[in-house]
Design a protein around this ligand. Sequence first.
Ligand code: TYM
Length: 303
Amino acid sequence: MALRSVRKARGCWSSIRALHKGPGAVPAAQKDGMKRVFSGIQPTGIPHLGNYLGAIEGWVPEHAQLSWILSCMVRLPRLQHLHQWKAKTAKQKHDGTVGLLTYPVLQAADILLYKSTHVPVGEDQVQHMELVQDLARGFNTKYGEFFPVPKSILTSMKKVKSLRDPSAKMSKSDPDKLATVRITDSPEEIVQKFRKAVTDFTSEVTYDPASREGVSNMVAIHAAVTGLTVEEVVQHSIGLDTAHYKLMVADAVIEKFAPIKSEIKKLKMDQDHLEKVLQAGSAKAKELAYPVCQEVKKLVGFL
Ligand SMILES: Nc1ncnc2c1ncn2[C@@H]1O[C@H](COP(=O)(O)OC(=O)[C@@H](N)Cc2c[nH]c3ccccc23)[C@@H](O)[C@H]1O
């Protein structure tokens, strides 16, 4: 389960806090115009004691409980038809687990538990968001208007492609280490990955995702990290061949990541601060999740 952040539109926490005075309080109705943005990420690496005490311990009951209730409202074929289930279980010789099959329901619980209205996700999650929307609508039809139907927020870079196979998405779990640029990569690693990025035999830099996926991925990444438009990026690259252009994109990515990397380094050195942030986040999340979960249990007849 992957609750990482519960963010708000500017100025909303105070009104949310006023409505949620801890366990037992009435869940907040989504007032007109009030946005609640929720996102998540797969947890990778080994969680430490601070993660567990500060956050994970506080997530488990409400997320798992709502997930169970929602899973009783979804038919098996609905989950078996999801692209990601089909792709992942195929990779595992059709030996996928129940957890893999039902994780989109747990993800729906993550989102609905906070009555989220907007969810920033990449393109691969759009089908899962449709499931969340169906579950919210289905619940509301059966038990009365309760959950907002959350909308996906997609950026222009909703599908960053692999540097080794531009027909596939860039993925953390890609076994080819050169395919994926990690935020923590050193400048040398980033240069090496872009140098080896798969493009084609035309040396000119153009943007044509249908026929030149590799170079177009470079251009799209370049535009996204510099804040320029695709047209501006292509214009600035006139006269460069793709080999030189790849190094230019690598430099732009290094520059983009530099302040993020130094912030990560600084934060990692301040474990006390990190644990405090986790604890405060966990308390805020609990304050929102508990009353919503209680209300759901009342509506479905558990309480
Ligand atoms: N190549 C790519 N190009 C553009 N976007 C991409 C690319 N790869 C990944 N993403 C997006 O990054 C987010 C985290 O990915 P995860 O696979 O960890 O994401 C996952 O596996 C979720 N199940 C985590 C999750 C758990 N609960 C949630 C609630 C709301 C939103 C997300 C979650 C996602 O938005 C994903 O779409």
